[in-house]
Design a protein around this ligand. Structure first.
Ligand code: ATP
Ligand code: MG
Length: 362
């Protein structure tokens, strides 16, 4: 059997810095765990623009379609701010998501015990928190037609359309139920069925899909109440399934429950390929962080946790993913902190490489 394949796209800014630490861990798996990957590396974002004049070349796109998983660092930076919209670094990322048809965006919000004090909420609310938001990523109000700004009765009117087909709701719901089966078997679906037609359909379709997952406890919540509950008592949730717009907002809200952007991984999954693995791209939630680029300060944990998600969701290595997460938990408990994780009490932060060192050692 050939090794699973991984395409690494470090991108811009701190992307390459944090990815270097992930590559050390990938090498470690090959040497110490007999878990070798066929790794290839390519350019995306501003780095691709500098070389090819486009933020993602056709060759790289084709490669991304073939591999078992893509691991991406970050794209963008001030050097590219004035580029034409069609070649902006972010367009490289959007092209990957669109052409790979990555419809389920998984955003875990997990609070490591050692960082519970650091969260924006009270410690008892977030200690042990481990929830997963599944956001529908390819449809909804960001894409629906008609859209635009036009004149009506001598006044400008801005229009967006929330539109969901049952197929779109269903495929995301299946991804969410599958996840719930692997976790605590609890799924909360969030929409606004009280005021939106798409919300009524959303609730119906999710309820229908539930028939195939009777072991999962399903609940429905209006998204505004969901936002309140996320901040009031986040530990009541396991998996949350919601649409593109609500998911955008709710996942950022959930993210801040846990502390720093430097800690947050994500996965975007599509349909299964011929080998049964889903099309998949993994990336940290944070961006290219131009303010700290090149200073060795970036926290590599979000990117490393993204690789842990790849182990779990693309490579069926849930146990290894758990060990990697446990190593991170341990170094944090031992007091290892990059600058973004330091409170006002201060201390000497670890560099990106030093954080990689202690995680590897653990
Ligand atoms: P983009 O437009 O690429 O999303 P941004 O500036 O909006 O960039 P980030 O790049 O995520 O957002 O940075 C937001 C803030 O968080 C910055 O101050 C950055 O230094 C900090 N930050 C982001 N990621 C990390 C990390 N991995 N380690 C330490 N600090 C980080
Ligand atoms: Mg940003």
């Amino acid at each position: 059997m050939s090794n699973p394949s991984l395409l690494i796209l470090p991108g811009d800014g701190i992307g390459p810095e944090v990815m270097t630490q992930v590559k050390r861990i990938i090498d470690w798996y090959g040497e110490k765990r007999d878990l070798a990957f066929d790794v290839s590396e390519d350019l995306v974002g501003g780095a691709a623009y500098d070389k090819h004049g486009v933020p993602l070349s056709d060759e790289t796109m084709a490669k991304a379609q073939e591999v078992d998983a893509v691991l991406l660092g970050a794209v963008g930076g001030p050097a590219y701010d004035n580029l034409d919209f069609s070649v902006k670094p972010e367009r490289g990322l959007l092209r990957l998501r669109k052409e790979m048809d990555l419809f389920a965006n998984l955003r875990p919000a997990q609070c490591f015990d050692a960082l519970a004090d650091f969260s924006s909420l009270k410690k008892e609310l977030v200690a042990g928190l481990d929830i997963m938001i599944v956001r529908e990523l390819t449809s909804g109000i960001y894409f629906g037609e008609p859209r635009g700004i036009h004149i009506e009765d001598n006044m400008r009117v801005g229009v967006n359309t929330q539109r969901y087909t049952e197929a779109e709701i269903e495929r995301g719901a299946r991804a969410a139920f599958e996840l719930a089966m692997k976790r605590d078997k609890k799924l909360c679906s969030m929409e606004k069925a009280n005021v939106m037609e798409s919300g009524i359909l959303w609730r119906d379709v999710v309820t229908e899909v539930h028939a195939d997952y009777p072991e999962v406890e399903l609940s429905h919540m209006y998204a505004d109440n969901g936002a309140m509950q996320l901040v009031r008592a986040p530990k009541q949730f396991d998996v949350i399934y919601t649409d593109n717009l609500f998911g955008d907002i709710l996942s950022d809200c959930a993210a801040m429950l846990t502390g720093s952007l430097g800690m947050l991984p994500s996965a975007s999954l599509g349909l299964p390929m011929a080998n049964g693995r889903p099309k998949a791209m993994y990336e940290p939630v944070h961006g290219s962080a131009p303010d700290i680029t090149g200073q060795g300060k970036a926290n590599p944990i979000a990117c490393i946790l993204s690789f842990a998600m790849a182990l779990r969701y693309s490579f069926d290595q849930g146990e290894e993913a758990g060990r990697l997460e446990a190593a991170i938990e341990k170094v944090l408990a031992d007091g290892a902190r990059t600058g973004d994780l330091m409170g006002p009490e201060g201390g000497t932060p670890l560099s990106t490489i030093e954080m990689g060192d202690v995680i590897l050692a653990a």
